[in-house]
Each structure stands twice: as structure tokens, then as C-alpha cells.
Design a protein around this ligand. Structure first.
Ligand SMILES: N[C@@H](CCC[C@H](N)C(=O)O)C(=O)O
Length: 272
């Protein structure tokens, strides 16, 4: 097991305990940072997420104390490129499972992330996470764009399993429309009673096995575009199955919930 030492203010080495979680194959390094020893460090986060030189993960999440007394904790999310980013739905679900493991929460949780407040319900085999309301779905020709805490471009396509998601996703993520901020890109094939989804993630710059804010965006866009009409919306990703429910009033989507499994897969000590 590798151990990463962080240098303290006095340049002494200190070890860091980490945990690894996965939610439908979207995997995250978790660090309990309630004492604030882990300082934002792009290079270190990128190295820890590296699948050859580090632990390997799609992102790293710090569980911190929240300034809001209503909250159980705060979520700080980094993509595997080491940069702090916008909301991560699967990461949020995994973080709630981590908070349950740390005995911070029991049956329910409230936390603040970069996009605002989130409520969660905890079950043995599922975490249900409330996502932000969606107030606008943009139509871009036959494609769609919406923000579910993170930006998502949606492409409806036949034979989604045949697609080169890395190539096609990168072409949209780096195009002139998105060049500054970038976007995540979801490819969806509606089938009888289920949406098949594959996602190219910004900040990972590759396909991931699943993306929580992505499938939430897909569920809403598919309903908006009348390509799917039952609730909860059932999603299949390469990493597993998720469900999304919401209330719809015209183009407004409220009470949005993302549900699925989230589990601890190992723990270790960081060293470099
Ligand atoms: N995997 C995530 C999305 C993480 C954020 C994304 N890569 C971005 O930078 O927008 C999820 O489950 O939502």
C-alpha cells in the first residue's frame, strides 16, 4: 500500500488516511478533512487520481465542516485533473455513504456543495440525493444543454454502444460554444422503459462508467423532448443502474432526486 506524506507548515511529513468509494463505477478518493490539514493542491490531487502513479479515481472529495449549522458537512469536489469543479452527483451520493461510515449521519443528511444545499436519504443498498432544480433546458438543433449542478450537453443517438465516446465527446467539449468553461457530454439511446447513457466527463477528459449529474440531465432532457415519459426515469450506464424522479411544470423541474448504489471499496494511507 502506498502512503502519501503531506508536508506540514514546518516541512515535517504527515500521512493521510484515505478511503475509496464507487457509485455505479464512478470512483472517488475520499478524505475526512474536518481538521483542515489537506490544502487545495492541484498537482497532488491529479497525482492521487492517476491510475498508474497514484491511487486512481475519477475525482477526489474532501468532507469538511460546513459554515451552515443546519448542515451535517460540506462537500469539496476535484476532478481527476486536480482542479476543483462543479457538482458531482455520484460523488455526492458516495460522500453521504462516507459520512454514514464516519457516523456523522444516520438515515438522512444535509450538506452544502458548490451548487448549494443537498438533502439525502440513506438506505442499505441506495443513496437518494436531491439535486438542484432545473429552470432551463436549451435546445441546440437536435441536441440539448442544461445545468444540473454541472453543465451537460445531451446527444440522442442510435446504437450508443457502438460510439467512440472519447472522440465524439471531446469534439463537443472543446468546440467554440463551450471552449472556455467546457462541458460534460452525454450520449443517450432511448429504449423501451430505459435510457442507455454513456458520458464524456470534463476534467477526466475521457468516458467514465457513469455520471450522476449527467444522467439527471439526460432524464430531464428526455422528458422535456418527449422521448421518455415514465417516472422514475430508469437509466442504464456502463457502470450500473440509476433512477431519477422529479416534478415537472412546463420547463421547470423541481424536487429532483438521483438514486442508486454507493459503496466503500477500500481504505489506505497516502505516501509519496
Ligand atoms: N461524475 C460527476 C460529474 C463530475 C463533474 C464533472 N466532471 C464536471 O467537471 O462538470 C457526476 O457524477 O455528476
Amino acid at each position: 500500500m502506498k502512503i502519501v506524506y503531506l508536508r506540514t507548515f514546518y516541512n515535517e511529513k504527515m500521512t493521510v488516511k484515505f478511503y475509496k468509494y464507487q457509485g455505479t463505477g464512478n470512483d472517488f478518493i475520499m478524505i475526512d478533512n474536518r481538521e483542515g490539514f489537506f490544502k487545495n493542491n492541484t498537482k497532488l490531487v491529479n497525482r492521487l487520481c492517476d491510475r498508474k502513479f497514484g491511487i486512481g479515481a475519477d475525482g477526489l472529495i474532501l468532507l469538511e465542516n460546513s459554515e451552515d449549522p443546519e448542515d451535517d458537512f460540506k462537500m469539496v469536489y476535484f476532478n481527476s485533473d486536480g482542479n476543483q469543479s462543479t457538482m458531482c452527483g455520484n460523488g455526492g451520493r458516495c460522500l453521504v455513504r462516507f459520512a454514514e461510515f464516519l457516523k456523522i449521519v444516520d438515515k438522512t443528511a444535509i450538506f452544502t456543495a458548490i451548487d448549494g444545499k443537498h438533502h439525502a436519504k440513506i438506505e442499505a443498498d441506495k443513496i437518494h440525493l436531491q439535486m438542484q432544480d432545473v429552470v432551463e433546458v436549451k435546445e441546440l438543433g437536435t441536441d440539448y444543454f442544461l445545468d444540473t449542478g454541472s453543465p451537460h450537453h445531451i446527444v440522442f443517438t442510435p446504437e450508443v454502444h457502438q460510439l467512440d465516446v472519447k472522440k465524439e465527446g471531446a469534439a463537443i467539449r472543446y468546440n467554440d460554444v463551450y471552449k472556455t468553461e467546457g462541458t460534460n457530454v452525454n450520449f443517450v439511446e432511448p429504449q423501451e422503459g430505459v435510457l442507455q447513457v454513456r458520458t464524456y466527463e470534463r476534467g477526466v477528459e475521457d468516458e467514465t462508467l457513469s455520471c450522476g449529474t449527467g444522467v439527471t440531465a439526460v432524464a430531464i432532457a428526455s422528458t422535456y423532448a418527449k422521448k421518455y415519459n415514465t417516472l422514475p426515469v430508469k437509466i442504464e450506464t456502463p457502470g450500473g443502474n440509476l433512477e431519477i424522479s422529479f416534478k415537472q411544470k412546463g420547463n421547470q423541474f423541481t424536487d429532483v432526486w438521483l438514486s442508486g448504489p454507493a459503496e466503500q471499496v477500500f481504505e489506505g494511507t497516502i505516501l509519496c
